[in-house]
Structures are given as structure tokens and as C-alpha cells.
Write a protein that binds this ligand. Structure first.
Ligand SMILES: Cc1cc2nc3c(=O)[nH]c(=O)nc-3n(C[C@H](O)[C@H](O)[C@H](O)COP(=O)(O)OP(=O)(O)OC[C@H]3O[C@@H](n4cnc5c(N)ncnc54)[C@H](O)[C@@H]3O)c2cc1C
Length: 412
């Protein structure tokens, strides 16, 4: 008889895990305390950023960070009240940014991205999601030749991993995105970068597919996980419980206390990100634009033009500071003259982030019946299908396509 798998969290990662387990004939039950895909998966920038293999913790970021931190509404912020809480994470982040560890993380991230890209292609096809995916690439923009030169070592590392890109200027730059402010003198075009029409719609369409293939959904909050020799009992806050042969924790930024109960102290924090979604037609945007020096992107979606990014290391409880969304919108209006900035919807989301920019994928300390699939930081949409594929490999007892030990929960 097929095993039942309970999946905690119906964000894009939990849904992709469900899809992959169904491919193997397993019966899945999603347990979700809120709305489906209403966490970080709701309002992200919608990119399949398969070429984004450089961890955030990098020698470059460590150089940039002090400058960014000076501007309270800049690309990186730490609310003073949260500084003592985040300090141990920052120390690990700093260590992860040292050259040798940075290079190791790139190797692991590249291997994960290769799996993610293949698995996403298959999932998009099998779940009939192709109509929601655009393959028009990404254009990263620079305000000076010096800024491009500073980015060049990162592009060389990507080239070494076989990632195609093209530096562009002049007419070619203007073709790729007409109407840019002349302050941008160069760009890098990555043609294989993809975006979805809208990340929430993409996740809901996957949810519909998973449900149509027989998944169950249980509304409720998992508060305790109790593995035994032959099963796992998941206790919900209302006093009921779900029993399954295995469980997968895909609770995004909220996964840490569940892992803690299972004997794993994981330094999972949240990088809060902000954006504004302007009505469709706010700008004739040809593809996703990245303003790397300012820490945000502008994405064309079917539901509008989404302007945002930034990182606020402020934990799960502080109220959102939407001045951050507004600050990025003001910059975007200067970068894209003619951008209609009225009528936008602001949003803040909790990226689930580990200091080395790699997720946790693998078994818990307490029991191999409970697996982790969380901590994808800036890349959860991109790596969702790859994570589903790896979890399916682990459960089936197959050798995964690369060594997963750098993704284990106790690596810190
Ligand atoms: C501004 C911004 C832009 C981004 N852009 C991109 C991008 O372009 N490309 C990309 O790949 N990624 C991007 N990301 C990151 C991406 O959104 C996340 O990595 C991804 O959504 C994480 O998915 P998840 O399923 O792990 O978490 P979530 O989507 O947060 O889902 C977790 C779910 O678990 C549920 N849950 C939590 N605890 C419990 C519990 N105890 N019991 C039951 N349910 C529980 C929550 O309610 C939630 O629905 C961006 C993020 C932000 C904030």
C-alpha cells in the first residue's frame, strides 16, 4: 500500500512537494493554517532565477552592507530593536561570506539550480502551467562602467557554471528596455531567466492540479510533531491530530520551532521583503529589470507591474514598514521616466532564510520519517520543483542527483 505523507504548509514549496510525491503514487495531505499560498509565495517577484547561483553572503555584500545600512530605507535594513536577536545569524552570515565558504555554496547552489531547472520544466508541463510562464529573460542595469566592472567577477563565476549572459550597451540596451533613464549606461541580459504571470496564480493553479489528483487539505496549525516507529502524529492547535506515515515540514519562515521540537536548532530567520504592485499598463515593461545597486526588481505580471525587493532583518513579529515599498517606488519612477505610480497595492513577505543562502532539505534528527523542505530565502519559487524532486528521491530511497549533506539541518 502507498504511504501517506502529511505536508505542513501549502506555500509553493509544499505544493511542489505534493506534486512530486503524487507522481510516485503517494497520497498527500496538506496542512495549512492560513490561505493556500498566502505566505511568501503570494506576492514575490515571480522569477525562476536559475542563474542566481551567487549566495547573498558574499565578499561583495560584506563590502556593500555598511553603505546600505546607513540609509534607513535602503536595500538592507536592521530595525535596532531586532539587532540583538539577529546578531548570531549575522555572525554566521559573515562567516558564510568568506571566500572559501562562498565558493562551496556556489557549487552547491549550482547543483541545486540544475535540478530545479529540470524539475520545473517537467512540473510546468505536467501540471499544464506553461501558459503562465514567460521566457523573456532578465536585464540587470548599471549606472556606470565601474559598477559593471565590479559585477564582472560574479558573471565570470556564472560563466564557469555554463550560464549564458550578454553585457549590453547603447542601441541593444534600449531595444531590451525602451524608456530607461539615461543614468543607466550598461546592462547584463540573461536570456534563460523566466518569470510567471503572477506567483499567486501560479501557486493556485498548482494547488488545483494537486487537489484534482486526489490530495486532501486540512485547515489548521501544526503545533507539535510526534514521530514514532511506524508513523508521525501531527497535533493541531484545535486539539485534533493527523497521522501519516511520513511528514514534510514546508512551513517557510515559520519552520524553526517545528524543527526545534525534533532536535534541530536551525538558524532560520526571515529577510522581510517589500513591494508595490501597480495596475497593468503602468509602464511598457518588456521583461524583468534588476536594479542590483539598489536591491530591487521591476517585474511585468498579468496583474500589474511589481516594484520591490530589499531586505529587512526584522523577524516575524514587527509591524511592516511600508515606507520601504514607497522608497523603492520613488526610485523606480526616477529610473523609468513615465512610470505611472498611482493605484498601487503594497505588500510585505517573509523570506525564509539561512545564513548561507541554502535551504534545508533532508531528514530531521528525531526521525527519518520527518523531512524538512524550508529556508529557500530569495529563491523558493525557483527551487520549489527541485525541492519536490529531492524530497521524492529521499522518500523513495533513490540516490539524489548530488550530495545533499550541505543542505542538512545540522550543518551550522
Ligand atoms: C519581496 C520578495 C520577492 C521574492 N521574489 C522571488 C522570486 O522572484 N523568485 C523566487 O524564487 N523567490 C522569490 N522570493 C522568495 C519566495 O517568495 C520564497 O522563498 C517562497 O515563497 C517560500 O515558499 P514556502 O512555501 O517555503 O513558504 P510560504 O509561501 O511562506 O509558505 C509557508 C506556509 O506554511 C504555513 N504554515 C506555517 N506554519 C504552519 C504551521 N505550524 N501549521 C500549518 N501551516 C503553517 C503558512 O501559513 C504558509 O502558507 C521572494 C520573496 C519576497 C518576500
Amino acid at each position: 500500500m502507498n504511504e501517506d505523507v502529511a505536508i505542513v504548509g501549502a506555500g509553493i514549496v509544499g505544493l511542489a512537494v505534493a506534486h512530486h510525491l503524487q507522481n510516485e503514487g503517494r497520497r498527500v495531505r496538506l496542512i495549512e493554517r492560513g490561505g493556500v499560498a498566502e505566505g511568501a509565495s503570494f506576492g514575490n517577484a515571480g522569477a525562476f532565477a536559475f542563474s542566481d547561483i551567487l549566495p547573498l553572503a558574499s565578499p561583495g555584500i560584506l563590502r556593500q552592507a555598511p553603505k546600505w545600512l546607513i540609509d534607513p530605507l535602503g536595500p538592507l535594513a536592521i530595525p535596532p530593536s531586532y539587532l540583538p536577536r539577529i546578531l548570531p545569524w549575522l555572525v554566521r552570515f559573515w562567516r558564510a561570506g568568506q571566500v572559501d565558504r562562498f565558493r562551496q555554496s556556489i557549487a552547491v547552489q549550482s547543483a541545486l539550480m540544475r535540478v530545479a531547472s529540470q524539475a520545473m520544466e517537467v512540473m510546468v508541463r505536467d501540471a499544464s502551467l506553461s501558459a503562465q510562464v514567460r521566457t523573456d529573460g532578465n536585464l540587470q542595469l548599471y549606472e556606470s562602467e565601474a559598477e559593471l566592472a565590479a559585477a564582472q567577477p560574479g558573471w565570470e563565476m556564472r560563466a564557469a557554471e555554463g550560464i549564458p549572459f550578454q553585457h549590453v550597451r547603447g542601441v541593444r540596451l534600449a531595444e531590451l528596455q525602451p524608456g530607461l533613464s539615461p543614468r543607466f549606461v550598461a546592462g547584463t541580459f540573461t536570456p534563460h531567466w523566466k518569470t510567471v504571470d503572477d506567483p499567486y496564480h501560479f501557486a493556485l493553479a498548482l494547488f488545483d492540479q494537486v487537489m484534482a489528483r486526489g490530495a486532501a487539505i486540512e485547515p489548521g496549525e501544526v503545533v507539535r510533531i510526534e514521530p514514532s516507529g511506524s508513523s508521525v502524529r501531527l497535533h493541531l492547535s484545535g486539539g485534533t491530530s493527523v497521522v501519516a506515515a511520513r511528514a514534510v515540514i514546508a512551513a517557510g519562515a515559520w519552520s524553526r520551532p517545528l524543527a526545534q521540537q525534533l532536535g534541530d536548532t536551525v538558524p532560520l530567520e526571515t529577510e522581510r521583503g517589500y513591494n508595490t504592485t501597480l495596475p497593468p499598463g503602468a509602464f511598457d515593461l518588456k521583461r524583468q529589470l534588476t536594479f542590483g545597486g539598489h536591491g530591487f526588481v521591476v517585474t511585468p505580471l498579468s496583474t500589474g507591474i511589481r516594484v520591490g525587493g530589499a531586505v529587512e532583518l526584522g523577524g516575524l513579529k514587527l509591524a511592516p514598514n511600508y515606507k520601504r515599498s514607497a522608497a523603492m517606488l520613488t526610485k523606480a519612477a526616477a529610473f523609468l521616466p513615465g512610470l505611472k505610480t498611482e493605484g498601487g497595492r503594497q505588500w510585505m513577505g517573509f523570506r525564509p532564510s539561512l545564513p548561507d543562502s541554502l535551504p534545508v532539505i533532508g531528514p530531521s534528527r528525531a526521525s527519518s520519517r520527518v523531512l524538512y523542505a524550508f529556508g529557500h530565502g530569495h529563491l523558493g519559487l525557483t527551487q520549489s520543483a527541485g525541492t519536490g524532486r529531492l524530497i521524492a528521491d529521499i522518500i523513495a530511497g533513490r540516490t539524489p542527483p548530488f550530495d545533499l549533506s550541505p543542505l542538512r539541518a545540522n550543518r551550522f
